[in-house]
Write a protein of this length. Structure first.
Lengths: 465, 107
């Protein structure tokens, strides 16, 4: 729809080919682009599972006439949007009534929200020096402004404490960063964002970074994770059955806080250092992941004994996602490996750096070239099907064509630094977890958390409440 | 704030924020496709190439002189360079004499 919008705004009429299940999303996306009446040409069913004959019948029987109509007949003008202003009191009622209203208006994720009264919002605003009306960016799909005010409102609703506000602002800034690609948040794989937190603020705000780090049950980790999804819903505009076309989807993830004590002890940099930020900075890092799995009981007392199992698991969790390594967003796959502290310590005591682990994964998490190409071609029907052709066109590294043997082993990413490694979880359990990344459609982005003047005093005051 | 029975009442604000765009007019539609140039835009997935191949002869039969600029001319509309590609379209269309566009696939 973004391509069609660009054409229409250039004065060129369009027809957008849309499969049946995506008509609703096309409509809401078009509204966000300021063209609610963008003409659509229905393609019945889904072309991915139709025979050639079935697709031909559908295209010629339905789509063709719609294309002609789209290009020759002007649709009715769309009426202007009529919405409240940001500070407007939109409802008054009891706790239950407010929650019912928010659910009916699709402003809630289905769990009870904390009613966002002006008083509660102002408590959050007390933890930032920035103007409530400051616009940090504009985000699709709805094309709404990211403001300090709206961050505070959704932070209240999510059950955050006011002192989490600096973290929430950094997250909203990250969401608005074009590098991240928030506009893709409604794509069908339904990837969910993982927030990684670094810096002294982990302990100051009481984030869990040890056992059960990805389990709900810790207010900071849980409510900040929930804030992310509420902000995606209410400001970005990603609602299931509308702009959010996750085929399955999953619940928002709680925040992953790194174990910085262990990182410091073994001399490994935090995740934020991958983005040029300093160890000791308070930072958030975001990226979207479609899935992954954990490795239980990683046995061994040296890197050479521990890492084969881990490399094998990292490889097996990245399957169709290889289209982000070689495909329409070349080299954008960034798999994440989270090691429990005891595993990181076992590897580091042999003198291995985080970089050494990345290199090991690059060299060993490999699959036969023919199998890689099967994901690109036969199984997903993407246009790019040959690693050899892409190497010869200079679009992917030569490591993908070290011989013409279809059984040659090729890496799953462009370079070792594409792997990301974090340390968290139960300090004394030898488990790891890996996440399969969603490529350019949720690319890793990090932001520094800016603290307000007098942070320590404000924090002490908040803790006393 | 409470009501007469002592129940807490909440006056709540809107959780969304201002849309940056009000509805804008579409491009004027064409009076005919005969003799016109139609660009094909594709995101390189979901058989768009095959759909264009089905549409082309049918449109040519109905509208003499209609011609097409292949999706190959533009590259994928949904890749890493999406923003740059979309920004380049007005100029590319002028160069290619494009009158209309068919874009797919929304799947």
């Amino acid at each position: 729809m973004r391509a069609s919008a660009a054409c229409e705004l250039a004065g060129v009429p369009t027809s957008s080919l849309v499969c049946e299940g995506f008509i609703g999303q096309a409509g809401t996306t078009s509204a966000g682009l300021g063209l609610p009446n963008l003409p659509l040409a229905l393609v019945p069913g889904h072309v991915g599972n139709q025979s050639d004959e079935e697709m031909k019948q559908n295209v010629l029987g339905v789509t063709l006439d719609a294309v002609v109509s789209n290009l020759l007949e002007a649709p009715e003008d769309a009426p202007p949007f009529d919405e409240p202003s940001p500070r407007e009191i939109v409802f008054e009622g009891s706790f239950e009534e407010v929650n019912r209203h928010f659910t009916e208006c699709e402003w809630s994720d289905g769990l009870p929200i904390v009613p966002p009264t002006v008083e509660k919002v102002e408590e959050f605003l007390a933890f930032t020096d920035r103007d409530p009306d400051e616009v940090l960016g504009v985000i699709l799909a709805d094309n709404r402004s990211v403001t300090i005010w709206s961050i505070a409102v959704n932070g209240v609703m999510a059950g955050c404490r006011p002192e989490y506000m600096p973290v929430l602002v950094a997250l909203a800034e990250a969401m608005a960063d074009p590098e991240y690609g928030v506009e893709h948040s409604g794509n069908t794989p339904g990837a969910e964002t993982l927030i990684t937190l670094n810096g002294p603020i982990i302990k100051q705000l009481g984030f869990n970074y040890e056992q059960g780090v990805l389990r709900d049950g810790f207010q900071a980790n849980s409510s900040v994770g929930r804030f992310w999804r509420l902000y995606l819903r209410n400001v970005a505009g990603f609602l299931p059955h509308k702009n959010d076309k996750a085929t399955f989807g999953n619940t928002w993830r709680v925040v992953l806080a790194e174990n910085e004590d262990v990182l410091a002890a073994i001399g490994w940099p935090p995740t934020s250092a991958e983005f040029g930020l300093e160890a000791g900075d308070n930072t958030v890092t975001i990226a979207r992941y479609t899935g992954g799995d954990m490795m239980a009981s990683v046995y061994g007392d040296t890197p050479e004994r521990v890492l084969p199992y881990i490399a094998d698991a990292v490889l097996k969790q990245n399957t169709w996602q290889l289209i982000f390594t070689v495909g329409k967003s070349m080299g954008s796959l960034r798999p994440l490996l989270v090691l429990s502290p005891i595993l990181a310590q076992t590897i580091a005591k042999a003198g291995w750096s985080k970089q050494d682990v990345k290199q090991y994964l690059f060299d060993n998490a490999r699959l036969p070239a023919w199998e890689f190409e099967r994901y690109l071609g036969d199984w997903t029907d993407h246009v790019i099907r040959s690693l050899e052709a892409e190497v010869n066109l200079g679009r992917i590294p030569r490591v993908f064509l070290e011989s013409d043997d279809p059984n040659r082993l090729v890496p799953i990413v462009f370079e070792p630094d594409d792997f990301m490694i974090a340390v968290a979880g139960d300090p004394l359990r030898n488990n790891a977890i890996t996440f399969a990344h969603n490529g350019r459609l949720g690319y890793p982005v990090a932001k520094r958390i800016e603290l307000p003047a007098g942070w320590e005093a404000r924090l002490a005051e908040a803790r006393a409440r | 704030m409470t009501n007469s029975t002592g129940e807490r009442r909440y006056q709540v604000v809107w959780p969304r924020s201002k849309r940056q765009l009000q509805p804008r007019p579409l491009a004027p539609r064409l009076d005919t496709l005969a003799g016109k140039t139609i660009a094909q835009l594709w995101d390189y997935v979901y058989r768009g190439d095959e759909v264009f191949e089905l549409l082309e002869p049918q449109l040519e039969a109905r509208y003499p002189g209609v011609r097409f600029v292949s999706w190959r001319e533009f590259g994928t509309t949904h890749g890493a360079e999406e923003r740059e590609l979309l920004a380049s379209l007005p100029q590319r269309f002028r160069e290619l004499g494009v009158d209309a566009a068919i874009s797919g696939m929304g799947c």
